[in-house]
Design a protein around this ligand. Sequence first.
Ligand SMILES: *[C@@H]1O[C@H](CO)[C@@H](O)[C@H](O)[C@H]1NC(C)=O
Ligand SMILES: *[C@@H]1O[C@H](CO)[C@@H](O)[C@H](O)[C@H]1NC(C)=O
Length: 306
Amino acid sequence: MARLSLFTSLMFFLFISRVYSATFTLTNNCAHTIWPGILSGAGTSQLDATGFSLQKDESKTISIPASWSGRLWGRTLCSEDSTGKFTCVTGDCGSGKLECAGGGATPPATLAEFTLNGANGLDFYDVSLVDGYNLPMLVVPQGGSGGNCSTTGCVVELNGLCPSDLKVASSDGSDVACRSACEAFGEPQYCCSGEYGNPNTCKPSSYSEFFKHACPRAYSYAYDDGTSTFTCASADYVITFCPSIPTSKKASQNPQAADLPLYNSSMIFSGNPDYNGVSSTRVSYMQFLPSAITLLLAIWRLFHLF
Ligand SMILES: *[C@@H]1O[C@H](CO)[C@@H](O)[C@H](O)[C@H]1NC(C)=O
Ligand SMILES: *[C@@H]1O[C@H](CO)[C@@H](O)[C@H](O)[C@H]1NC(C)=O
C-alpha cells in the first residue's frame, strides 16, 4: 500500500510539475547566425542546453523546469580555431566549446533574465543592458496571466549609434557591441558600488540614459527595476534576437546619437500587431482536465493490477 501511495504521489508530482514548467522558444531573426548561451542562476542546475547555434530564421524550443532562474543571451561572430577552440567576438562564455556549461556572458551582451515561479508564483523577467549591449532582443510572454505580463526587450540596433567611448569594434572595424559605462570606466557611480551601492545614491547617468532612451523597457543601470521588471504567471516565452522593426519606422536617414531615437521601443510596442495581442491568449487550466482524468484512470488501473 505504501508503495502504491508513493507511486500515486509521484504521478501527481509529475503531473503538477508538467503543468508549471515553461518553454522558451528562441528565434533568430538576425541576418546572420547567432549562438545563444544559457546560464542557470546559483542554486539551479544547468539546463541540458547551455549553448547552441541558431541560423538565420531558425527557432528552437526548450523546456524549462519549474522554478528555474537564469539568463540567456546571443553570442555573435563565433568560430573554431585550428585547435578546435570555440570563441565568439561578443557574448563569449569562456568555455572554449559550443556549450557554455556554466560559463556566463563576457560583457558587453544584451541579457534576458528570468526567475520562474518566484514570489506569489509569478515569473519575473527582464531584458538588461546593465552589462552592455550586443544584439536587439525581445521577450514575449505567451499564454500567461496576472502581473504586468507584457512584451519587453530592446528592439533598436544600437551598435552603430553607441557613444564612441562605449563602442566596441571587431578587428575589421565594424561596430559589434556597446559597453555599459560601468564596464568602460569602472567608476562606482556607474557601477552602483561603494557609496553608490543603493537606489538613493545611484542615479541614471547620461550613458544609462542613452540606453533608456533607446530601449525604455530594458534595464539601463542596476537600480532601474521599476520600469524594467515584468511579471507573469504560468507563461511560455518567445525570445527573439533581432526582432524586425516595421519598415515604415526604419527610415533613419541620419542616425546621430543626438536625435536618437528616430524610432524607439514604445513605438514598436504600441504600433506592431505582431507583438501586441500575442500575449492575449490565456491558458485555461481546464485544458489540463482531460490529461488529469487519463492519468487518474491509469493510476486506478495500476491499483487494480496489484
Ligand atoms: C518614443 O517615441 C515617442 C513618439 O515619438 C515619444 O512620445 C516617446 O517619448 C519616446 N519614448 C522614449 C522613452 O524616448
Ligand atoms: C511590474 O510588476 C512588478 C511587480 O509588481 C513591479 O515591481 C514592476 O515595477 C512592474 N513593472 C512595470 C514596468 O511597471
